[in-house]
Design a protein around this ligand. Sequence first.
Ligand code: CA
Length: 223
Amino acid sequence: MKILIVEDEPELKDTVQKFLESEHFIVEHAENYRSGLEKIISYDYDCILLDIMLPDGSGIDLLKEIKRLHKKDPVIILSAKDSVDDKVSGLEIGADDYLAKPFHLAELMARIKSVIRRNHQDGENIIQYKNISIDPENRKVMVGNEELILNRKEYDLLYYFIIHPEKTLQKTTLAEAIWGDYIDQADSLDFIYSQIKNLRKKLKSQHAEADFQAVYGIGYKFV
Ligand code: CA
């Protein structure tokens, strides 16, 4: 899961970033309106944490851009101003949630998880596809009645496929979602193939009823 923090206060950004990374999120950062807009146009995020008072613009305007571009990325507004106005206009424009600063990291985590659950998991705690089930809260995967032990990237990859079942996912989309925004500058995306190969082997050995299908020249599909 990849999160974008649009925030100009370095200390707050660092604290949130460190915390989210310790919770296994990929964290990207923009420190102003301009770079936030660039990121939003170029990439997709599982959640955007959006500050309102940016040095060169307003987070509210950035939220308007997200909506104008018909992007689905969920947004949680982080506002220093204890302003009812920000909250109301943010939610009216389509922010998913609002958190006033200062906030507790545990509260932020709960809000992020709830947004992701609504957005990716139809509000469910357990995601199921064929005989595979994932409990994202505990990063636990079951095939039938047996637990499937995966490393971090294998888990992230499987989760991403399971929340997009039977859809062709481009290699770059997978790479960006799981390794981060700058992966598009990598020389080759062959590492995805080797991760999928390992994952496929593990799924097969536990008799999973789903498998990866290579879509020539594009990417992969989980069916
Ligand atoms: Ca600010």
